[in-house]
Design a protein around this ligand. Structure first.
Ligand code: ACM
Length: 627
């Protein structure tokens, strides 16, 4: 081989190594790639410089050992090829959750001030390894890590995901799996929606009926919200709950992943399961109320606003309710070490209060002028109970309506409006608006994905800016994605709805604003599709489907087709044939000819089909246009 050829090959290899793609989500603050890579082998040793790093180093070894088949065993020392170090002198830039990661062909060093930073440095390091690192089986691959220097820390302190375990129950192991997955994307808050109309999921020793009755409903298979009510005498067999031992185990599991759990018991509305267990807690004391199996329980758009067809509210005028809440929250406070307890406060129907003599008397006695003021009174009593137990109150933005102390934290969900108002009043705020962060909303084409009451595509999630204009950023603790589970009965379905949108939100909550770029995010998201597959994590590929919208111009249906990501070509037919990439390519809006037309749409990338076939009749398109 001549010298020139050798040089060329060496240069090609070096170049190829330098180009090993880096696909970290969320995008780090500073990242600089250099030539070459580090290769992990069964001889590699992992060192940690202080006893406080042992847990992080052992977690890394555990994650590496399973798919590599190695038996790496970390040791306390300072000169190993892979080093996990707590800084002797804390680096102020890294604060509590930041880290640096330096990879050269001979060394990997993760440094941080605290465990949290080491944990996140490890997540980044794992994302630099081939996707097989996510697998459960031993894989034969070269375990290379591109040479890189990273300095990274979060934009926001609150980076949350909420999971509703009331509408559907998920087992202890499923919850742990879910927490583990979100922590890989540097979420640090797991908001656990533990009680609602459809089930009370937390063992409370002083009130055993909350779980012996409130955790169980009659089994139904239909569409949630349309299910038949319980029949007289029908056994309630569907549900489940977490024992206090389960909770302690989950809390510890979360702590090991730098995740704080914020437990939520939704009161005073959304309390049908508690009322089914203890009817004396409601105004009507209706003993026929049962845990909701997904029936039609409310008219959400009644002329005067929300109308609940069953009494699902706690009675704010009854001292026994506060004694109940005192007992419940003292147990909750003892179980969860975080400083917040979420008390709901949303969508509380006040019609039963309005007809209750006790509520009227209390309003008169305290000179409360309107019924919202009664919820304000209730929430202030609850806040006192939490304070007695050393906890801070957080609630949905409705808690502002009745008046709440400035120390309460507000979770803005009805858009960002509540959050703006709250921040201007000096409340701490977590932004989790329906408009950008509701992970239960349909994320793709509604004739492909099961329809849900609203839509939210990932590109919109990605465009979320948690600090609205005119608001002081110090009041915005961060943001959160919310996953309600009315229509999600399985772990596979909750993963499908969570990803990839939670990846987009992780970048919104972690990465500097200047680093956000949709087009640059897309290839990283696609690389993570492969990682999710390797880890058997379900995720939606709706980004590959065409976006079909329509408008009416007089009686003519005009069709608009769009792609959510760059590089996707759209083809369609209106002649009752299956479309492919030799069918008409969409370039601009077109009108459907008259007649019983069916539109069929497909997407291709680089000549390969990608995404789903979408089939819509003229009347579907007219309905989509509002006809
Ligand atoms: C909510 O979505 N009802 C907070």
């Amino acid at each position: 081989m001549n010298k020139f050829l050798v040089c060329m090959i060496v240069s090609m290899i070096t170049h190829a190594a330098a180009q090993q793609p880096i696909n970290v989500i969320p995008q780090p603050v500073r990242i600089k790639q250099s030539a070459g890579s580090f290769t992990l082998t069964r001889e590699t040793t992992i060192g940690f410089n202080k006893p406080e790093c042992r847990a992080a180093a052992e977690m890394l070894a555990k994650r590496l050992n399973r798919p590599t088949g190695f038996a790496l065993k970390p040791q306390e020392r300072t000169t190993s090829p892979v080093q996990i170090n707590i800084n002797d002198v804390p680096d102020p830039l890294l604060a509590t959750e930041g880290y640096t990661l330096a990879v050269t062909p001979t060394n990997v060093v993760i440094s941080a001030n605290r465990f949290a930073g080491l944990y996140y440095g490890i997540q980044t390091l794992l994302q630099l390894l081939p996707k097989e690192i996510e697998g459960a089986k031993i894989a034969a691959t070269a375990w290379t890590i591109p040479s890189v220097t990273i300095t990274d820390y979060p934009r926001f302190a609150w980076r949350g995901i909420m999971l509703d375990v009331s509408r559907h129950f998920f087992t202890k192991d499923e919850v742990k799996r879910y927490i583990d997955q979100i922590s890989k994307y540097k979420f640090n808050t797991f908001h656990w929606h533990l009680a609602d109309d459809q089930g009370w999921r937390l063992e409370i020793k002083s009130r055993p009926r909350l779980t012996s009755v409130g955790a169980w409903r009659v089994k139904r298979y239909g569409r949630f919200g349309e299910n038949a009510p319980p029949k007289p005498g029908e056994a309630a067999t569907d549900g489940g709950f977490y024992t206090q031992d389960d909770v302690r185990e989950i809390v510890q599991f979360a702590q090991e992943r730098n995740v704080t759990i914020v437990p939520e018991l939704d009161i005073p509305g959304h309390s049908m399961a508690a009322v089914a267990a203890y009817p004396e807690l409601s105004c009507t004391k209706d003993t026929t109320v049962r845990v909701d199996p997904g029936m039609h329980i409310a008219d959400w758009d009644a002329p005067d606003g929300l109308k609940m067809l069953f009494d699902n509210t706690l009675n704010p005028s009854d001292e026994k309710v506060y004694a109940f809440l005192g007992d419940v929250f003292s147990e909750v406070a003892a179980l969860f070490p975080g400083k917040y307890i979420h008390v709901g406060g949303d969508e509380c129907y006040k019609g039963y209060w309005a007809h209750d003599p006790g509520c009227s008397a209390l309003m008169k006695k305290l000179n409360i002028g309107n019924i919202e003021g009664l919820q304000g009174y209730f929430m202030n009593r609850v806040e006192q109970i939490l304070k007695t137990n050393g906890k801070k109150l957080i609630g949905w933005d409705e808690i502002l309506e009745g008046g709440i102390s400035p120390e309460a934290t507000v979770m803005s969900w009805r858009g960002v409006k509540g959050g703006i108002t709250a921040a201007k009043m000096g409340h701490d705020v977590v932004m989790s608006p329906t408009t950008f962060a509701y992970l239960d909303y349909n994320q793709g084409e509604t004739t492909v994905d099961p329809p849900i009451y609203s839509k939210l595509r990932i590109k919109k999630c990605y465009s979320f800016e948690p600090v609205p204009e005119g608001v002081e950023s110090k009041y915005i603790l961060g943001g959160q994605g919310n996953l309600w589970t009315e229509h999600l009965p399985t772990i596979r379905s909750i993963e499908y709805m969570t990803y990839p949108r939670a990846w987009a939100l992780s970048e919104v909550f972690w990465s500097p604003m200047a680093k956000k770029n949709w087009e640059a995010f897309v290839p990283r998201m696609e690389a993570h599709f492969g990682r999710a597959d390797a880890g058997a994590v379900n995720c939606s590929h709706a980004v590959y489907d065409a976006i079909v919208t329509s408008a009416m111009k007089h009686d003519t249906v005009r069709v608009f087709l769009d792609a959510e990501i760059p590089g996707v070509n759209i083809y369609y037919t209106i002649d009752e044939t299956m479309p492919d990439n030799l069918s008409p390519q969409y370039t601009e809006p077109f009108d459907l000819p008259d007649g019983p037309i069916t539109l069929r749409v497909v997407t291709y990338r680089n000549g390969t089909p990608i995404g789903h076939l979408i089939t819509l009749k003229r009347e579907d398109l007219a309905a989509r246009a509002g006809r």
